[in-house]
Ligand binder design. Structure first.
Ligand code: DX5
Ligand code: ZN
Length: 219
């Protein structure tokens, strides 16, 4: 479980993160530059501050135009993993190498309209594949069920990889009513933003979501 703080209270992030720290695996940090997506979130300095005070390993999701140059900086800043968008990168292999040499795990993300075939030959060389289940840019959107075909194919690819196999992450619209179908389709890492932070008890929501995912997973 990787809660996203995109819809948390930005004026009290330390407290917001502490609500989920004991029960989550990662902290999902959405970086948007108002170019790759029409929204702006954290500056690099603010992100570095969050990475420093987060007790959870930070799973950075870069929705930015220039990951080739920027992604290694997030690795240097101490992220556990740095995920860039395939649609934005110029040299995926080089960026993978640069993130890794700066000490982070590497993720590659694809938007709903991007075919899995575009990233198929990278899957063996990364630690996380992120299949977006909404158009990136905003929290609180509806889960795109049509992406489950892609998640199923991604699971087949990943199962053929050598261990350790990359995580298969889904991001967007994950809630009590959608997490099970994502898990049944083969996802094993779940980002949830509004479902967690709109809930009265974010920690309990994480536990509920994890339980539903475990019940749904069959691979
Ligand atoms: C959207 C972001 C997500 C977002 C998910 O572009 O990448 O991580 O926070 O929010 P929910 O769970 O509300 O769809
Ligand atoms: Zn995200």
């Amino acid at each position: 479980m990787s809660p996203s703080i995109l819809n948390a209270n930005f004026d009290d992030l330390e407290n917001e993160i502490s609500k989920v720290s004991a029960v989550s695996d990662f902290l999902h940090l959405d970086i948007m530059d108002n170019k790759f997506v029409p929204n702006l979130t954290f500056t690099f300095d603010k992100a570095s501050e969050i990475i420093d005070f987060s007790k959870l390993p930070v799973d950075a999701h870069l929705m930015i135009e220039d990951p080739d140059d920027q992604a290694p900086r997030y690795a240097q800043a101490g992220c556990y993993s740095v995920t860039f968008h395939f649609e934005a990168v110029k040299d995926a292999r080089n960026t993978i190498k640069n993130i890794r040499s700066n000490g982070s795990k590497v993720g590659v993300a694809i938007k709903p309209k991007t075919d899995l075939s575009k990233v198929a030959d990278l899957i063996q060389d990364i630690d996380l594949l992120l299949v977006m289940t909404v158009e990136p840019g905003f929290g609180g959107q509806s889960f795109m069920h049509d992406q489950m075909i892609k998640v199923k194919s991604a699971r087949e690819y990943i199962n053929k990889c050598q261990e350790p196999r990359p995580l298969l992450q889904v991001d967007g619209g994950i809630s009590e009513s959608t997490i099970q179908i994502a898990a049944e389709s083969g996802a094993n890492c779940f980002v949830a933003g509004s479902a967690v932070y709109k809930s009265k008890d974010p920690a309990q929501m994480i536990l509920t979501l994890r339980q539903l995912a475990l019940e749904g997973s069959n691979f």
